[in-house]
Every structure is written in C-alpha cells, then in structure tokens.
Design a protein around this ligand. Structure first.
Ligand SMILES: Cc1cc2nc3c(=O)[nH]c(=O)nc-3n(C[C@H](O)[C@H](O)[C@H](O)COP(=O)(O)OP(=O)(O)OC[C@H]3O[C@@H](n4cnc5c(N)ncnc54)[C@H](O)[C@@H]3O)c2cc1C
Length: 326
C-alpha cells in the first residue's frame, strides 16, 4: 500500500472541507476501499475516515412523517435487527442486509459504503488487466473473456455488474439520499445515484468529488405494503449474488394495486423493471409471477458464459414475488 495521510474529522464541516482536497477519498467501514488500496488500484494521498462522525451520520430512526432514516454509517448488522425495520414493508431491506457477506463484515460495512462499493469484475479489480473501466485500457475484457458473473442486460461497452445488496430493495422502496458538499445539503431520489448510461469510462455513481452521503431516507409505507429480497449465489455465505431481485407490492383486498421489481447483479447498475406493471389490478398467482419474471428479462443479451443468469434470475424474481405476497 502507498503511504497516505489519514484524516479523522471532528465534525461534518471538517469532513466536508477535507473531502474536497485533491487526491482524497472517503472511508466508511473501509472493507472495499482498503481492499482496493492494498491492491494499488486506488492510491490516494489522503483518506478521510467518516467513522468519528457516527453521532451525526450513524443510527437508524423513524422520521416525523413515519419514514425511516438510515444514517450513512449505519451498519448492515444494524439494518438486520433494528426495530424500525421490523415491518413487512421493510422485510426486503432486512433480508438484503442479512444475506450480505458474513456477520463480521456486516458489523463493519456501512449503508453508504455498500451502495458505493466498486464492481467485483476481476478484470477491473486487477492491475494486471488493461480494461476500460479500470482506466488501464481501451476495451472491456470480460466481453470476450471469463464473463460468468457479468452482465446479461443494461450494458453497452462494459459488462461489469453492480454488486450492492442494498441498492435493489432501497430502489424498490423509492428511497432518497442526502449529501453534503461545500456546506450545502441536497436530497435526491436514490435512482439518481446511479448513472443512466453506465459506460466503461463512466464512474459507478454520480456523486461529485468530495460529496458526502449523510443518510438514506425510506418513505413512509402503507400498512399493506410488503417487500422481499431474493438472490442466487454460488456459496451459502461470504459471497456476492449472481442474480438478485427486490420486490415491493401493495395489496388491496387481495389485489395488487402497486408493484415494483428491481434486479441486482445482472447489469452495471441496479435495474428497476417495467414488467412490474403487469401485476397491477391482478391477484397474486404462480402464472402471473412467471409472466412477470419472463418479462423482467426481456431484452437480455447473455454473454458466452452467463446464460444461466437468465434462467436462475427468473426463478429468483418468482421467489421474491411469492415471498412478498405470501
Ligand atoms: C467476502 C466478502 C463478501 C461480500 N459479499 C457481499 C454481498 O453479498 N453483497 C454486498 O452487497 N456486498 C458484499 N460485500 C461487500 C461489502 O458489503 C462492501 O465492501 C461494504 O458494504 C462496503 O462498505 P464500507 O462501509 O466498508 O465501505 P468503504 O469500503 O468504506 O467505502 C466504499 C466506497 O464508498 C465510498 N463511501 C463510503 N462512505 C461514503 C459516504 N458516506 N459518502 C460518500 N462516499 C462514501 C468510499 O469512498 C468508497 O469508494 C462483500 C465483501 C466481502 C469482503
């Protein structure tokens, strides 16, 4: 690892000022960032740790409007067990947190860090490869290389996938995020955190240099809202998803009156699917869920080694829908 200056801010305005210095990166739990620094994929001059700001940026709380605020530094372990999330409407978020990595990692990993972690593409994450997204070459090597874990849809010139477990359920819940930059606070839809055209040379998120995510906000949910999260992976724990799906449904008298389906791990960004609309005004049924799962993968263009993701991904969509409507 290259030497760097480690900054421990005492408050958010100090962090804001420090984060705007050249060649500076922010650190939450450090699981992804330190890994990349050890691999020399990132060699910043300064690292600003946000962990001293737990009082301002941590915690989980019910907001005045009944929504839930997740501090940027709230850990995945806190999401799993916090009473504010113990409702059927937020089950998908709990399930997504609980199926991430291992208990040790969940005790350390933060909400913002999970959303902003770098892709796991092995070409991007090894300095030995001249790949476009890693900034070391002209093309995406996975297109013609070992692409078993890569994208099957939503890609153009780079087939990396977005690895975050939390992104699909938070998008399904229409969450928002708050940031601070140069003393100014902004609140936006979570969908705006991810690029609309995730090309090889595009960063994985839309934050400005030095912009600090301070919290996520889950809007209040109707009593009949239900969410769920399902994923496939090669190992039972300590592994990333090969396909993932978060679902939100609102049922009225046994009929689906609102529905959202978001896919994870199959595209360079988490992918809301318009197929969810097929459920509106319908009663839950296996036939309906099969139709939605098929439609969710419309337009998929698997690569040479990852056709399985379409088959498995459809089963995962069905599983998420069955769980949400059980
Ligand atoms: C063996 C293993 C298995 C794993 N399995 C999974 C899995 O199944 N699903 C999954 O989702 N993840 C998985 N992970 C990844 C892990 O969940 C992430 O690395 C972790 O959530 C990152 O959180 P962090 O707080 O450590 O982020 P950091 O490493 O501190 O930061 C990650 C990125 O976010 C930026 N950042 C952090 N906080 C802020 C902020 N407040 N504002 C602006 N920028 C910020 C940093 O600059 C950095 O670029 C796995 C990791 C390991 C090691």
């Amino acid at each position: 690892m290259q030497p760097f200056t480690y900054v421990l801010p005492e408050n958010l305005s100090q962090a804001d000022a420090a984060a705007r210095q050249p060649d500076t990166v922010l650190k939450g739990g450090g699981i992804d960032l330190v890994d990349r620094m050890k691999e020399r994929l990132q060699t910043p001059a300064r690292v600003v740790s946000l962990l001293p700001l737990r009082a301002e940026l941590g915690g989980i709380a019910v907001e005045a409007d009944g929504g839930v605020r997740l501090g940027a530094l709230a850990t995945l372990a806190e999401l799993e067990r916090h009473p504010a999330l113990a409702t059927p409407a937020l089950a998908g978020l709990r399930e997504a947190a609980a199926s991430t990595a291992s208990p040790q990692l969940r005790n350390r990993a933060t909400v913002a860090g999970n959303l902003l972690q770098f892709t796991r593409c092995w070409y991007v994450r090894s300095e030995a490869f001249r790949c476009v997204h890693g900034g070391r070459g002209p093309t995406c090597l996975a297109v013609t290389g070992d692409n078993r874990y890569h994208a099957v849809m939503g890609y153009s010139d780079c087939v990396r996938v977005h690895p975050s477990n939390l992104a699909p359920p938070l998008l399904a819940l229409d969450a928002e995020y708050t940031t601070v930059l140069e003393g100014k606070t902004r609140r936006r839809k979570l969908a705006e955190l991810f690029p609309s055209d995730p090309r090889g040379q595009a960063p994985e998120h839309t934050l400005a240099a030095g912009e600090i995510v301070t919290a996520l906000h889950v809007p209040p949910q109707p009593a009949s809202a239900r969410t769920s999260y399902a994923e496939s992976r090669e190992k039972q724990s300590f592994d990333w998803a090969t396909t993932a799906c978060a679902v939100r449904v609102v049922l009225d008298g046994g009929v689906i009156e609102a529905a959202t389906v978001v896919l994870g791990a199959v595209a360079p960004v988490p992918l809301p699917r318009p197929a969810a609309r097929l459920m509106l005004g319908q009663k839950p049924s296996a036939a309906l869920f099969q139709k939605v799962a098929d439609a969710a993968f419309t337009g998929a263009l698997p690569l040479s080694q990852n056709g399985y993701k379409v088959t498995v991904g459809k089963a995962i969509v069905r599983e998420a829908l069955e769980r949400a409507t059980r």
